[in-house]
Ligand binder design. Structure first.
Ligand code: RNT
Ligand code: ZN
Length: 413
């Protein structure tokens, strides 16, 4: 008996169908963040990364041009099983023949190259307005700025991004998830917490005021508890965003790096699903002050995946990755993080959920603990290997990455 057959039998003993789990995995789409490839630099400005987020490290081989980024995305994709969608930021606009359009002037045509790229690979595209790394971010403020010129500039950016999102949906035939996150906040104790939030609310209303097809574009709002240099106050707090989203009927986005350290997104998912049709996630790994380390196959990633799977919400949750590590090979960072999310999902699909629920409802908590511990050492790896085999990707992806580093990345500097 081969390893998969044996694993299949062991899982069957727990009432779990491994073939079915693998089949489900093939249809789960992960939205791959393009910004791991170039440390969130983009192509539209020479500004350093700002907005309370930071990349650390200087690993050689960073993508410098749209073509290099596309090549690297292809390289990463070739090592990933399952379905991948492309997640772009507005700062990745591609200007041709010396043309330039500022953030309040961007149009669908500036993303035509990305559409061609995605269509040729049967990928949908998700999108994000870029409210950072730009001279119009004044005193760390964008949509909540008291300066009307600044506020209006960013409102127009948001409106244009909805248009571009609709263009992506029309072109690819796949709905576009458009996520709004602003860095706005204060390093130290603010003298007025209400007015910036009132202005943010007004700005969002103005952005959402444009006509768009809600079956094609899912506008999301992402909260954050603090940023670097924005430690004392963020305008887009959890309460602001949750209330705004509910009030307007748009989609909440939870980034698991954006909460207090002992709070976990896995525990929030069920509550959100009871009140919202859809939920969007940015999966990352927070480490101390940083919210954006490469995702690993760790407890919280597994717990998030379990909540999506056992609440039967795979078609209601938009799963995206969001992290940036500049200290290691960037392709490896992409593949390791995305595979970790996929591993967590497969692990979740292999849990005896009905049995666990029964034990909980029957107050059989000792058995509940024992069974959950047993599942941790069930032969998950053998099922994962079968999934990779079915998807024609190697289990050990590092040799291919090393080769690409030698042949391609090392020529960049
Ligand atoms: C920042 C947010 C946001 C960004 C990306 C680049 O803390 O998580 O989602 O990471 O938009
Ligand atoms: Zn995020």
């Amino acid at each position: 008996m081969n390893r998969y057959e044996s694993a299949k039998e062991i899982y069957a003993g727990y009432g779990v169908d491994t073939d079915l789990a693998i089949k489900k995995m093939k249809n789960i789409t992960i939205s791959m963040h393009c910004w791991q490839g170039d440390d969130v630099t983009g192509f539209d400005s020479k500004e350093a990364l700002s907005g309370g987020i930071q990349t650390t490290g200087n690993y050689p081989g960073k993508a410098r041009t749209p073509q290099e980024l596309m090549d690297d995305i292809d390289m990463a994709r070739s090592l990933l099983p399952g379905k991948i969608k492309l997640n772009l930021h507005a700062c990745y606009a591609i200007f041709e023949d010396g043309e330039f359009a500022d953030r309040d002037r961007i149009e669908p045509k500036h993303f035509k190259k990305w559409v061609e790229f995605a269509k040729a690979r049967s990928m949908g595209i998700d999108f994000n307005p870029t409210f950072f790394s730009h001279p119009m971010v004044k005193d760390n403020l964008t949509l909540s700025s008291p300066d009307e010129e600044v506020r209006k500039f960013w409102v127009e950016h948001g409106r244009r991004c909805i248009e571009i999102s609709e263009y992506f949906a029309d072109e690819t035939g796949v709905p576009c998830v458009m996520n709004i996150w602003i860095p706005d906040g204060c390093k130290d104790i603010p003298g007025d917490r209400l007015s910036p939030r009132a202005r943010f609310k007004k700005s969002l209303d103005e952005i959402l005021d444009i006509e768009y097809d809600r079956s094609k574009v899912f506008v999301c709002l992402e909260s954050k508890v603090f940023g670097i240099g924005l430690e004392s106050y963020t305008v887009g707090s959890a309460e602001f965003c949750m209330n705004y989203v509910a009030h307007k009927g748009i989609t909440p986005l939870m980034d698991n790096g954006h909460y207090h350290p002992t709070e976990v997104v896995s525990d929030k998912i069920s509550s959100m699903l009871l009140f919202s049709d859809r939920l969007a996630l940015h999966i990352t790994r927070p480490v101390r002050w940083d919210s954006d380390h490469v995702v690993l196959f760790d407890d919280e990633t597994r717990e998030i995946a379990k909540e999506i799977v056992r609440n039967d919400a795979l078609d209601r949750v938009f799963i995206a990755t969001d992290y940036f590590d500049a200290s290691i090979n960037r392709i490896s960072a992409w593949v390791t993080g995305i595979r970790s999310v996929q591993k967590a999902l497969l692990f979740a699909l292999l849990q005896p959920d009905d049995r666990l629920k029964e034990l909980q409802d029957g107050s059989r908590f000792s058995e509940l603990m024992v069974l959950q511990e047993q599942m941790k050492t069930a032969p998950f790896g053998d099922v994962w290997e079968r999934f990779l085999e079915d998807e024609n990707v190697a289990s050990d992806y590092f040799p291919a990455i090393s080769e690409y580093e030698k042949d391609v990345l090392s020529g960049r500097n």
